[in-house]
Design a binder for this molecule. Structure first.
Ligand code: DQQ
Length: 643
């Protein structure tokens, strides 16, 4: 089914002869083209796009010419790393000549983004009087980080959003350099709502502030009152004024006090979460010790701390932040690492009395072990949804193109599709993340295939019905068991980022899908598995994205990313992929490992986008046991109608 493309901003002036409508092919033509291509095609086309190392493609030039957003204001880098240099007001010739159609196409159809301008961290997500609320870091004046204000939107289903007026402005001395990240706590006694957020003061000192709804009966929470007591917390002794930010949702302790964690770092460059307790959110006491500290990890931004059910009645459900540890309840500690810009978590035991959390596996501690997502995903935050007894995760997905391109298109950043988070009872060592079930209400026409045999070095085009730019794909693969047993290989050192991407052939991989590909495969984003076999016969499965051939443009950060993913006895290899114009979000092994990529094709856009299966293993057949592709509807988010 042909989709109306979402255009939520004034379109740029049209490039001559490049109208999207004119380039849209009839569905029949696409189907015929797919049929024509069906069959075995040599995989050399995957190889054509460049070398195979962990590549960050940057045009040559003087990095010092890039204006860096953030550090001067006491917060981390806010540029993508993709560089376009301006020399005497002229764009350097190495930057890509983006057309208006290419840039228009990048806007997503079912991911949350504001009507225009810059967005970063999700803030204070919550369910309140029948509405899901999402606040977010927003620049009302442009497509780059700055003037940070809280944007606001509401939804009945976490998928279709109404934009509301801005919620918090940097209008006081204690937040005039920015109303930064914060969290909401709903008090169980009377349903009252309190929000703590970081203010960057007129002198760029990071302080914590309290704000409450001006009218708690207003389910839309349109107006907010900042407390006269602000700032309610100043950086404590020993904490640098630039390193004290992003208060968590509060949880209640055994004496009825509220506890709140805040991220910082120490002189030895260890990342730290410290904890305060309060009875009224106005007066605070710093608890002795630290909740947790990990050497060498640097500043912890956007700390999140919450219980997960590991057994008992609540297994598979989410828990409110105040559910105590023990009796089948462990705690997740997550922090966003300012040094490497990734969100790390670990599962462990919380001792409320000692104000200490200990990871189950110290070798996979916060900042050195598991990540929520192995791609572009940062500053995330969860909330407990009492309406569906689930814990939901939001994460900021920034751009990986140049700031110049963002300014041209008039917006920057997306929020990832909200994900439910549960403890993985099968492995006992990781979380499972999965798109909230409401996403499935966007599924439209589908195509189902089964038992497609992919011989070594083959590509199989999929007819996805309509445009392949808004898709939900679910696939299951099996590798030939004979090849699996017979293969003698010692590539235990395999690593998605350093082992050659989708082009490098091993005996048992890579294989998977190419999305946002054009017919000639000059552009493609590979989502794939690679099975490594050790000398001892042990199998390790890797789940990866290869972005290196995702666009002809060179002023983009392109990487190969991913991780190992546990595959238990009897399990097939499975993947779910959400494709939405310039974002590809993948969930390996039903959500044990997730990868998000931002991609900016120049040819594989509008009706020219295609999906292929591929098997680049050198000696194993792969059977696609089943694959379903759904065309996804747009959410048509728009401003709330107050009439
Ligand atoms: N973004 C906010 C900070 C936070 C950072 C500023 C993380 O509060 O530490 O926009 O992206």
């Amino acid at each position: 089914m042909d989709q109306t493309l979402p255009l939520h901003r004034s379109p740029l002036i049209s490039a001559p002869n490049s109208s999207a409508a004119r380039r849209r092919l009839p569905i029949l033509a696409i189907s015929l083209a797919a049929l024509f291509l069906a069959g075995v095609v040599v995989v050399a086309v995957i190889v054509g796009g460049g070398d195979s190392q962990d590549r960050t493609t940057l045009p040559p030039g003087d990095a010092s010419a890039i204006s860096s957003r953030g550090p001067a204001d006491g917060v981390s880098e806010k540029t993508s790393g993709a560089r376009v240099l301006f020399l005497a007001g002229q764009e350097e010739s190495s930057s890509f000549q983006w057309t208006n159609d290419m840039l228009d196409w990048q806007r997503t159809a079912f991911h949350f983004q504001p009507l225009n301008n810059w967005m970063n961290d999700p803030n204070a997500p919550l369910f309140y009087k029948g509405w899901y609320h999402l606040f977010y870091q927003y620049n009302p004046s442009g497509a780059v980080w700055g003037n940070i204000t809280w944007g606001h939107a509401v939804s009945r289903d976490l998928v279709r959003w109404f934009h509301l007026p801005l919620a918090l402005f940097p209008d006081q001395w204690y937040d005039s350099n920015g109303a930064w990240t914060g969290s909401a706590t709903v008090l169980p006694s009377d349903g009252r709502l309190v929000v703590l957020y970081t203010g960057s003061t007129n002198e760029s000192v990071q302080v914590q502030n309290l704000v409450v709804p001006a009218d708690p009966n207003d389910s839309l929470l349109l107006r907010w009152s900042k407390s006269d007591a602000n700032p309610v917390l100043l950086p404590p002794a020993g904490v640098a004024p630039y390193d004290f930010r992003d208060p968590t949702t509060a949880w209640i302790d055994s004496e009825g006090f509220w506890r709140v964690a805040i991220g910082t770092k120490d002189d030895a460059h260890a990342g730290i979460a410290i904890v305060y307790r309060t009875a009224d959110f106005l007066n605070y006491e710093l608890l002795p010790g630290v909740l947790h500290r990990v050497v060498g990890t640097g500043m912890w931004e956007c700390v999140d701390f919450y219980p997960v059910a590991t057994g008992g009645n609540a297994m598979g459900e989410g828990l409110d932040a105040s559910v105590p540890a023990g009796n089948g309840v462990k705690h997740v500690l997550k922090a966003s690492m300012d040094d490497d810009r990734h969100d790390y978590y670990a599962i462990g035991s919380y001792d409320l009395e000692k104000n200490a959390w200990v990871p189950d596996n110290p070798e996979a501690d916060v900042g050195i072990g598991l990540r929520y997502d192995w791609g572009k995903f940062y500053a995330s935050k969860t909330f407990f949804d009492p309406a569906k007894q689930r814990r939901v995760l939001w994460g900021w997905v920034g751009e990986t193109d140049s700031e110049a391109a963002d300014v041209k298109k008039g917006w920057a950043s997306l929020q990832a599709i909200p994900r439910t988070v549960v403890f993985d009872v099968k492995t006992g060592s990781n979380l499972i993340q999965w798109p909230v079930e409401e996403v499935e209400s966007l599924r439209m026409s589908s195509r189902k295939y089964g038992n497609i045999k992919l011989v070594p070095g083959s590509i199989f085009p999929l007819d996805v019905v309509g445009m392949a730019t808004q898709l939900d794909i679910v696939a299951e693969f099996e590798i030939d068991p004979v090849a699996l047993t017979a293969t003698v290989e010692a590539d235990v050192g395999y690593n998605c980022s350093t082992s050659g991407g989708a082009a490098a052939r091993g005996m048992l991989g890579p294989f998977g899908l190419l999305v946002l590909a054009d017919e000639g495969l000059s552009e493609q984003t590979a989502v794939y598995f690679y099975i490594a076999k050790g000398t001892d016969g042990q199998l390790t499965t890797h789940f990866c994205h290869d972005e290196t051939r995702s666009s002809r443009a060179n002023d983009i950060v392109k990487r190969v990313v991913g991780s190992r993913v546990p595959v238990l006895d009897g399990e097939k290899l499975s993947v779910r992929i959400l494709v939405d114009h310039s974002i590809v979000e993948s969930f390996g092994q039903k959500g044990r490992a997730c990868i998000t990529s931002r991609v900016y094709p120049t040819r594989a856009i509008y009706s020219a986008a295609r999906v292929f299966l591929f098997n680049n293993a050198s000696s194993a057949n792969v059977i696609t046991k089943s694959i379903t592709t759904w065309q996804m509807n747009s959410t048509f988010n728009h401003p709330f109608n107050f009439q």
